[in-house]
Design a protein. Structure first.
Length: 259
């Protein structure tokens, strides 16, 4: 006796076939969209670097961002141990996040070293050198990251040619609490950083996020984030690490000495 159209085997055949077709469609779509996604990722990174350097064009389009980046920004790879530029590595394609996960291109941080809770640090880092409309060197843009309350927070810090005074702090990727820790992206809070000095006269990292409002005349103190102490601590530890011996300190010292 033949099986009916509602038999279990036929039902399973239809379901499996449908699943396979859907899987093929999804996989094909993902593959076809990958170049576009990569292009958008690069564009977003360029945009945030330009924001940090105060060089974002007034009319923001894909082309205007690409043109402004090509005109104003030069990427270089730095050996964090020596503070010297690394030859033979294409800075445009260097992936610092990927390098930090590879034991061959990174170091494992001890608990004492890992104040920013990043676990591993790449041996090399990309720095971005910006020039103004006249072609004069205007800032260093340094990538930094550290863990807050809920997430790893990524930012670009733009520093004046004196390799000490902050021009801008641009947090562009984070998953902190909206209205609290996420205020690290608030333009009013970021504006407090403008003109602050990373190091004191003895060359020690001196940026300090305090509870409440910092004295206006202070060169190093930053207003704390109300109701977001742990996120603020994360920002503090990010600066402690990346502006310290294991971060960009050696590089910035060499720049101050006229490297």
């Amino acid at each position: 006796m033949s099986k009916g159209n509602d038999s279990i085997s036929k039902t399973l055949t239809v379901v499996i076939s449908l699943c396979l077709v859907c899987a093929i469609i999804v996989a094909g779509t993902a593959v076809s969209l990958k170049p576009k996604q990569e292009q958008n990722r690069v564009l977003d990174k360029q945009k945030n670097i330009l924001i940090a350097a105060n060089l974002l064009p007034e009319t923001v389009t894909s082309k205007s961002i690409q043109d402004a980046y090509a005109k104003h920004i030069t990427a270089k790879v730095v050996d964090l141990e020596t503070g010297e530029y690394v030859e033979g590595i294409d800075a445009a394609n260097f992936d610092q996040r990927a390098a930090s996960k590879d034991p061959a291109t990174s170091i494992n941080l001890t608990g004492e070293q890992d104040v920013a809770s990043i676990k591993r640090r790449s041996n090399n880092a990309t720095v971005y050198l910006a020039k103004d409309a006249s072609g004069n060197f205007s800032s260093y843009i340094l990538p930094v990251h550290g863990y807050g309350l809920w997430s790893t927070m990524y930012a670009f810090v733009a520093v004046q040619p004196d390799a000490n005074t902050i021009i801008n702090l641009n947090y562009y990727e984070q998953g902190e609490t909206p209205g609290l820790g996420a205020e690290i992206e608030n333009p009013k809070w970021k504006a407090i950083w403008v003109g602050k000095e990373i190091y004191n006269d003895d060359g020690e990292m001196a940026i300090s996020i305090i509870k409440g409002e910092a004295p206006k005349e202070s060169k190093h103190k930053i207003d704390g984030l109300s109701g977001a102490t742990l996120t603020g601590n994360g920002v503090q530890y990010t600066f402690d690490f990346w502006m310290g011996e294991l971060g960009f300190k050696t590089y910035l010292e060499k720049q101050r000495q006229g490297a």
